[in-house]
Design a binder for this molecule. Structure first.
Ligand code: ZN
Length: 206
C-alpha cells in the first residue's frame, strides 16, 4: 500500500497556504470523489491527480492579484506570493527559463502567444527569457487575417492558450493556418504560466 500524506501538508506543498484556501481545496477534492470528507489524509499516489484537478478548478491568487484577475475558475486567496499563480516569480521564472533553454536549443527564437488575461500577460513579459522575442495577441481584441498571417510568418512557434480569454474567431486565424505553418502552432489546454512552459517543453522534446 502506498504511503499516506496529510492533506494539509499536500495543500501547502502546492501553494494553498492558509486554512480557508485548504478548506476550499479539500471541498473540491471531496466533490471529485478523490478524498473522503471525514479524512484528513490520503494516499500519496493520488497527489498528481489531485493537483491536476485543483489546477483545473481553482486559481490561487495573492491579495494583489485578486482584484484585477478575471479567471473563470474559482478564486482562492493565498497568503504568500509564492503560492499565487500569477505573480509566483520563483516557480514560473524557473519553468520559463527551462522552456527558454529548450527553445534556443531547437532554434525557436520568435514566439507568439495568443490569448491569456492582462494580468498573466504582464507576468509573462516580466519573466520571459531575454534571448527569445515575444509577441502577445490579446485574444479578445480585433485581430484580422493580415495580422495573423504576418505573425505566422514571423514566428518560430505560436502558442494558443485555450480556456483563457480567447475568442474563437481569433484562435481560428491561427488554427486554420496554411499547412506550411501548421507545425508551428501548439495548443496549451491549461491556464497558468507553468502549464504553458511545460507544454512548450514537451512539444519540442518529443
Ligand atoms: Zn499574485
Amino acid at each position: 500500500m502506498s504511503k499516506s500524506v496529510e492533506l494539509s501538508a499536500f495543500f501547502r506543498e502546492i501553494g494553498f497556504d492558509n486554512q480557508a484556501s485548504q478548506d476550499r481545496a479539500k471541498a473540491v477534492l471531496v466533490e471529485a470523489g478523490k478524498v473522503r470528507a471525514e479524512r484528513s489524509s490520503m494516499s500519496e499516489d493520488k497527489k498528481p491527480g489531485c493537483a491536476e484537478i485543483l489546477a483545473e478548478k481553482i486559481v490561487r491568487l495573492c491579495r494583489a492579484c485578486e482584484r484585477d484577475e478575471d479567471d473563470p475558475r474559482e478564486k482562492v486567496v493565498v497568503t504568500n506570493k509564492s503560492g499565487c499563480e500569477y505573480c509566483d516569480g520563483s516557480t514560473n521564472k524557473k519553468a520559463l527559463d527551462d522552456a527558454g533553454a529548450v527553445m534556443l536549443k531547437n532554434n525557436v527564437k520568435k514566439v507568439v502567444v495568443v490569448g491569456g488575461s492582462p494580468g498573466i500577460h504582464r507576468n509573462l513579459v516580466t519573466l520571459w527569457p531575454k534571448k527569445i522575442e515575444l509577441r502577445i495577441v490579446d485574444g479578445t481584441e480585433s485581430h484580422n487575417e493580415k495580422a495573423s498571417k504576418a505573425n505566422l510568418l514571423w514566428a518560430d512557434l505560436v502558442i494558443i492558450w485555450q480556456r483563457s480569454e480567447l475568442k474563437h474567431r481569433v484562435s481560428k486565424l491561427y488554427t486554420d493556418a496554411e499547412s506550411n505553418h501548421k507545425s508551428k502552432v501548439i495548443m496549451v489546454p491549461r491556464r497558468g504560466i507553468g502549464a504553458l512552459a511545460e507544454r512548450v517543453k514537451t512539444h519540442l522534446c518529443t
